[in-house]
Design a binder for this molecule. Structure first.
Ligand code: IPD
Ligand code: CA
Length: 274
């Protein structure tokens, strides 16, 4: 088994244990621990506890790897591998009792920066939905034992697209304006509330495409590898890999159409609203 598959197997095992903990804590009742970047950007006690569990399991299995997670301090490693972790993606869904939340774990090599890293392995686990999406670089993307493929055609009825909105109210106007420009390409829009699941669902062909501004590395690290290993394309700003400035995924033709619209009228107001 190559390194990528070893990392995938570890990510899946840890995501399963972390998901069980998140689900158990949800059933006991969620307490909001704090607000972060904005009042709406919450962290629960469970987010912190689940990240601590994931971090401890990674450190025990692979001492020396780096760590970049949503809820604790980053650490540079010595092995060239960094784990990029969102313990509960979709925290607002989690707090409200909506089952669309996920543990997202990726292993990347190179600098821990989405503009330059190479994703090696990914697990996105939605414990309340009983689904485990996983991928290893060069080995395909899977939902359990089923191999995934993005929808290859651009649907003449329009594309089923997902997006998201940042927590900062200042970004909402530009993001709604962008959605208005994209709307003619869409048969409908979904706002699922967990970027890792938006990306996993594109990989699984449940959505045709997804775009969002303002994502953090842990929101997209695992999901982008799922899309790529399912035969899809993932881009950021023109010439860039997906990052905070922009993430667009789908099949090649759809990503091109979305990029044409997203970047056609990228006014100063939009840019400020990332
Ligand atoms: C958020 C979710 C949401 C996306 C936000 C993310 P969190 O992550 O993925 O769908 O629109 O940009 O920050 O805060 O639930 O981990
Ligand atoms: Ca997240």
């Amino acid at each position: 088994m190559g390194l990528e598959q070893q990392l995938e197997s570890l990510a899946v095992d840890i995501a399963r244990e972390a998901g069980a903990l998140a689900r158990a804590r949800r059933e006991e009742g969620v307490s909001i621990a704090a607000s972060k970047s904005a009042l709406a950007d919450i962290v629960t006690e469970a987010d912190r506890e689940v990240e601590a569990l994931i971090r401890a399991r990674i450190a025990a299995a692979r001492p020396g790897d780096g760590f970049l997670g949503e809820e604790s301090d980053p650490e540079r490693g010595s092995t060239g591998v960094t784990w990029v972790v969102d313990p509960i993606d979709g925290t607002v869904n989690y707090a409200y009792g909506i089952p669309s939340y996920a543990v997202s774990i990726a292993a990347v090599s190179g600098e821990p920066d989405p503009l330059s890293w190479t994703a090696l392995a990914a697990a996105v686990h939605a414990p309340a939905l009983g689904e485990m999406f996983h991928a290893a670089r060069g080995e395909g993307a899977w939902l359990g034992e089923t191999r995934l493929a993005v929808n290859a055609e651009v649907n003449p009825a329009g594309s089923l697209l997902a997006t998201g909105f940042g927590y900062d109210p200042a970004t909402h106007g530009p993001q709604l304006a962008l959605l208005g420009r994209v709307m003619p390409l869409a048969r409908d829009i979904r706002r699922i509330g967990a970027a890792s699941l938006d990306l996993a669902y594109v990989a699984a062909g449940r959505l045709d495409g997804y775009f969002e501004r303002g994502l953090n590395p842990w929101d997209h690290a695992a999901g982008v590898l799922l899309v790529q290993e399912a035969g899809g394309v993932a881009v950021g700003m023109p010439g860039d890999a997906p990052n905070r400035d922009m993430t667009i995924v789908g099949n090649r033709a759809l990503v091109q159409r979305l990029a044409d619209v997203v970047f056609a009228d990228d006014t100063a107001g939009d840019t400020q609203g990332r």
